[in-house]
Design a protein around this ligand. Structure first.
Ligand SMILES: [Zn+2]
Ligand SMILES: [Zn+2]
Length: 317
């Protein structure tokens, strides 16, 4: 039997955080090329050549990312007519629909930071239709138990201890993407600069868990001052962190409203990671303090109040 004990985010030890479903999902898809490949695939792109053309990516990078995504079970490769391989999302890959919808929603509400001349895959489509009721919607992300909106202020991390299962033991091999240079990252839409870079994600995760000062971040990430300072200034420039100096104390970093609005994406990444990377045995989950249940967050139509699924949603221009 699993025993759940609620803890505040700020007291979590680092190995537990590193092993959470969200962190493992970030290790797997926290790469700007991977996110763009996934978005294109959800738009119906299957062929190697079509990805090349749509994304403006090099053959070497595309081959490496597609191979990794296939070996980790998000895509499967089959030979199509004429010998050209097709890449199709598996059930595991398709189950990322919620993450991509929440990213679409964030970009729609908060802007992409890309100009109109950007590649089509980097521009959010204009409308999301719930085909069951026909409404053009901005979905709500709600608790399946009490139906209230999920927010970082009424959730608490929960460490689940299972006999014989060390909390810091990740069950799967993690891929390593070469981290892109800052100059390359600067060409990307704002949200991709956050979720397409695992160090930026880990800084944000530490901030959600209560890190405020430079030394808090250094402790949480176990990285050198140069790397931390580079990422903190990047996240400030992107508008995700703000600094405040308090009288008599050191400068503090606070999450901006844009950053707080990414919480739903992180929760959805955690739920996906818990389902597919931990097979339901994840050491970390989230407690909904509003209703007292373990959080099971779902996307809901604000028009007809029905839960959404990938089969009853349509993104259109
Ligand atoms: Zn609830
Ligand atoms: Zn509806």
């Amino acid at each position: 039997m699993a025993r759940a004990e609620p803890r505040s985010f700020s007291t979590l030890s680092e190995p537990v955080v590193a092993a959470s479903g969200a962190a493992m999902a970030i290790e797997l898809i926290g790469d700007a090329w991977v996110l763009r490949i996934l978005r294109s695939a959800f738009r119906g792109t299957h062929r190697f050549g079509a990805f090349l053309q749509e994304l403006g990516v090099s053959r070497a990078v595309l081959t490496q990312r597609l191979n990794l995504l296939c070996s980790h079970g998000l895509f499967e490769r089959d030979a199509a007519d004429g010998g050209h391989a097709r890449y199709r999302l598996t059930e595991m890959g398709l189950d990322l629909w919620g993450v991509l919808i929440l990213m679409w929603l964030w970009e729609r509400q908060r802007g992409t930071g890309v100009d109109g001349a950007a590649h089509a895959p980097d521009r959010p489509r204009r409308r999301l239709i719930h085909t069951d009721c026909g409404a053009s919607i901005e979905p709500r992300y709600v608790c399946a138990h009490c139906a209230s909106d999920v927010s970082p202020f009424d959730t608490q991390a929960v460490v689940v201890r299972r006999p014989g299962a060390p909390v810091d033991q990740a069950p799967a091999q993690r891929p390593r993407y070469r981290q892109s240079s800052r100059a390359d990252r600067e060409k990307l839409p704002r949200l991709m600069r956050l979720f397409g870079d695992r160090w930026n994600c880990f800084i944000m995760a530490a901030a959600f868990q209560g890190a405020r000062t430079f030394s808090d971040f250094q402790r949480a990430l176990g990285q050198g001052p140069a790397q931390i300072s580079d990422r903190l200034s990047e996240l400030q420039a992107l508008g995700f962190l703000r600094t405040r100096a308090y009288a008599g104390s050191r400068q503090q970093y606070r999450l901006s409203p844009d950053a707080l609005a990414t919480f739903a994406i992180t929760v959805e990444l955690m739920q996906w990671g818990n389902r597919w990377l931990w097979q339901g045995r994840a050491p970390l989950t989230v407690h909904h303090t509003t209703c007292g249940n373990l959080l099971q967050a779902v996307l809901e139509c604000p028009h007809c109040n029905k839960p959404l699924s990938r089969r009853n949603l349509l993104l259109s221009d």
